[in-house]
Design a protein around this ligand. Structure first.
Ligand code: C2O
Ligand code: CU
Length: 462
């Protein structure tokens, strides 16, 4: 474990507090092993997010501070009870986890709303190890924008051993000079790249610093849980190798250098800390006009003299390989649509419709959604031909199943297994998958303003 700075220590103890004793599911369902139910209470709080007054109307799960980083183990049952102490409906979606449809947390598609004052029991067994995250799927621009985004670490006991681990939850906040929330979006920006936050944080801190053993290998798990921002990441002052993207090992490790990652995406890095005590490594975002330091890492103690080449590779996750020779093609075109009013719903509408998939703008979360984008047969292989007809970048995300990136019309791609692909302007990409998880699975852009103004749909697997 890296040595903890004071703020980290506070965060860590807050996290421990998030584990409520609760009534184990073991008694209720007669499972062999006792299972602790984690209570995730969604509620309103305030938090010190800027240099001015604490921000009011912040939303979080758990006791205080940011939502706890949830620790799970691959192939081991996990249970959490969502307690809705908000004054509006909510749900939890477990982004990237290939679990049963009824646990997926999408109102109408997979479960009813969890109304204010009610609770919902989630229970599942994560099949894949890696870095994932969780967030509501209801009134998402407001609920996520105000804080409801947390990281999930699914451990594999056979993972290679690191000398430390740091988890970073990256996100912005739309705050005014007084530190209080301002309008979550501007319509003219929702119709372009989305509306950016004004205060940028890692783990709800402006630019946190973590101590890590000098000369040691640190596993840095980074999740972009922001509603809008796309990052271009680099490390200064230390060698960082990309070992996993979106929870899945990369086909071949490569040095972190200007890696573009969008909302919803995660990257796992093996960072080789500098040998000299006190030396600082900096994780940077170089996208846009002013580079920003995301977080820094300070080398402490005598050098452990580790070598990244000693690190065993991560085990692949058990994602079925598509049979490309028999795979059926499904065309999905992302486009801008003429503006028309969206249907209001309990889960919030932004009141605009700017985007569409296959020319159909998602009407909002209603009891009567549009028909699926495609119907897939259980167990069959498919290739999604996704085409971006817009001049903007879209992190496009599929629930419930992971896919493999096969080819792109504009760049060299690795056969990465993932749940979110950052598709460039005018790019066409082929994504292969086996339809091995039955249910209705949301497919949408993870720039939440795009998702909520039309760029959403779902695939039906039966
Ligand atoms: Cu991060 Cu529909 O999800
Ligand atoms: Cu988008």
């Amino acid at each position: 474990m890296p040595l903890l700075t004071r703020r980290k220590l506070l965060a860590a103890s807050a996290m421990a507090g998030g584990y409520a004793a609760g009534l184990g599911l073991a008694g209720r369902f007669g499972l062999a092993a006792p299972l602790e139910t984690q209570i995730l209470k969604a509620h309103r709080t305030e938090a010190p997010l800027s240099d001015t007054a604490p921000t009011k109307n912040v939303l979080t799960y758990g006791d205080a501070g940011m939502p706890p980083t949830l620790r799970m183990t691959k192939d081991k049952p996990f249970a959490a009870q969502l307690v809705n102490a908000l004054d509006e409906p909510t749900t939890i979606h477990w982004h990237g986890l290939r679990i049963a449809n009824r646990m997926d947390g999408v109102p109408f598609l997979t479960q009813p709303y969890v109304n204010a004052g009610e609770s919902f029991d989630y229970a599942f067994t994560p099949p894949d190890a890696g870095t994932f995250w969780y967030h509501p799927h209801c009134n998402t621009l407001t609920q996520m924008g105000h804080g409801l985004t947390g990281v999930i670490v699914v451990e594999n006991p056979d993972d290679p051993k690191f000398d430390g681990e740091v988890v970073l939850n990256l996100r912005d906040w739309r705050l005014g000079k007084d530190g209080q929330f301002i309008a979550q979006f501007l319509p003219r920006d929702a119709g372009k790249s989305g509306t950016f936050g004004t205060v940028r944080t890692a783990n709800w801190i402006g630019e946190p610093q973590y101590d890590a053993p000098a000369g040691g290998l640190v596993r840095l798990r980074v999740a972009i849980t922001d509603v809008t921002r796309i990052y271009r990441m680099s490390m200064e002052g230390a060698d960082a190798s990309v070992i996993a993207i979106d929870g899945n090992p990369v086909p071949a490790r490569f040095p972190l250098d200007s890696l573009m990652l969008g909302p919803g995406q995660r990257v796992d890095l093996a960072v080789r800390m500098p040998d000299t005590e006190g030396a600082i490594a900096m994780l940077k975002d170089t996208r846009g006009t002013t580079p920003k330091t995301i977080a820094t890492f300070r080398a402490v103690g005598g050098s452990l003299k580790r070598d990244v080449r000693d690190l065993a590779p991560l085990a692949e996750n058990p994602v079925a390989k598509a049979d490309v020779s028999t795979a059926q093609r499904i065309s999905l075109a992302l486009s801008a649509t003429a503006e028309n009013a969206a249907v209001d719903s309990l889960c919030g509408s932004l009141g605009y419709s700017f985007w569409a998939i296959n020319k159909v703008p998602w009407p909002g979360d209603t009891p009567d959604p549009t028909s699926p984008l495609a119907e897939l047969k259980l167990g069959k292989s498919y290739i999604l031909n996704v085409e971006n007809l817009t001049p903007h970048v879209h992190p496009i995300h599929l629930h419930g199943m992971s896919f493999t990136v096969l080819a792109s019309s504009t760049r060299e791609v690795a056969p990465q297994v993932t749940d979110t692909y950052l598709i460039n302007a005018n790019e066409k990409v082929q994504l292969a998958l086996v339809a091995d998880n039955p249910g209705d699975w949301a497919f949408h852009c993870h720039i939440i303003e795009h998702q909520k103004t039309g760029m959403s749909g779902y695939l039906r697997v039966t």
